[in-house]
Design a protein around this ligand. Structure first.
Ligand code: AMP
Ligand code: MG
Length: 335
């Protein structure tokens, strides 16, 4: 009897104990990727997720010489290259967003990314001539896809591919589907700020995710919102940048000017069921600015957004932005 009671109490305590997640973190896809599994530990499932992330990186990184993306760039103006289904799907999706945004999002941005080198040790302010020459090589219309051959071709020599604004979204979708297939009911996938939440916390509450304050150190949040089975992706100028002559040069570039985008937005968060779409849209809206960005979002079913402009004004779009909670009311205000 006493034993049964003790066992019952123990069970009760376990049920009420704060559910510490099983965590695994690794440097992949050029960022710190963190997987938090709630409930039972599943080391084999976590390992399968990271294995998949490594395959995606090996295929799509513009920084690895033997990736498929690098092979396509090296063959620019020479010959189409057959790529994996993975890479073809991501490039095809990237091209669709380039068309949808009239090139605000452009996966052929590589010549400008290389020239500026932002986030690398070669970062520098290029000359006007260099910017102009690189800019002329950026044009998604010269990215030719052949679905039957699963081949990709960049029309002109010197062109290049960069999937940095979309590949992490694809990776988050893939990680989520591995977890779902393994029966994981509750998890957070965080690929360097590209977040996917699966299910709910113990006790049935939705996960609450913070949005980085673009003007403060990492880990300071301007606000938070609750989401379930959704991806949340933020683009901001604070991720990678350098400062020269008192000016900040960040990593999201505008092909129209050849310079870091200067649209007036300082942070764009997109919430949606598909992380690849959310990732592409966060970069797109960041470059397009508030007005054009909100118009684009109005035509995207199932997508919500939180836009912050340089004056601190926050615009909300879509049903899921209603759970947004402003945390820093001194610097920011809702429009
Ligand atoms: P994100 O952090 O998702 O907004 O993506 C930024 C990354 O995408 C950069 O580090 C570049 O590799 C690449 N990129 C920069 N500008 C653009 C652009 N206008 N369109 C597509 N990709 C871009
Ligand atoms: Mg993006």
């Amino acid at each position: 009897m006493a034993l049964a009671l003790a066992a019952a109490i123990l069970q009760l305590t376990l049920a009420c104990a704060p559910a510490a997640p099983h965590m695994r973190a690794e440097l992949v896809l050029g960022t710190l990727c963190k997987l938090s599994l709630y409930g039972r530990d599943r080391p084999e499932t976590a390992a399968a997720v990271f294995e998949r992330l490594r395959i995606i990186e090996a295929r799509m990184s513009a920084n690895l010489d033997d990736s498929e993306v690098s092979r396509v760039s090296r063959s620019a103006g020479i010959a189409p290259q057959t790529v994996s289904e993975d890479t073809f799907y991501v490039i095809k999706t990237a091209k669709e967003f380039a068309e949808l945004t009239d090139g605000a999002f452009d996966p052929t941005i590589a010549p400008l990314v290389r020239l500026w080198g932002i986030g690398t040790e070669n970062a520098r302010l290029p000359s006007e001539e260099e910017i102009e020459a690189a800019r002329r090589l950026v044009d998604y219309r010269g990215l030719i896809l052949d679905p039957a051959a699963r081949s990709v071709f960049l029309e002109r020599a010197g062109m290049g591919l960069d999937l940095g604004a979309i590949a992490k979204g694809y990776a988050a979708d893939e990680a989520a589907s591995i977890l779902r297939a393994a029966g994981v009911e509750s998890a957070i996938i965080d690929l360097g700020g590209n977040v996917y939440t699966l299910g709910r916390k113990r006790g049935g509450k939705p996960f609450r995710i913070g949005i980085q304050d673009p003007a403060a150190e990492r880990g300071s949040y301007l606000g938070a919102l609750t989401i379930t089975d959704r991806s949340l992706v933020t683009s901001g100028p604070y991720e990678r940048f350098f400062i020269e002559g008192g000016r900040r040069y960040h990593h999201i570039l505008d092909r129209r000017t050849g310079y870091p985008s200067d649209s007036g937005l300082v942070s764009v968060t997109i919430i949606g069921a598909s992380s690849i779409r959310a990732d592409a849209l966060s970069t797109s809206v960041f470059v397009m600015g508030k007005e054009r960005g909100l118009a684009l979002l109005a035509g995207q079913a199932g997508v919500s957004a939180i836009l912050v402009d340089e004056s601190g004004a926050i615009s909300l779009s879509g049903p899921e932005s209603s759970s947004f909670e402003l945390l820093d009311m001194k610097k920011y205000h809702l429009e």
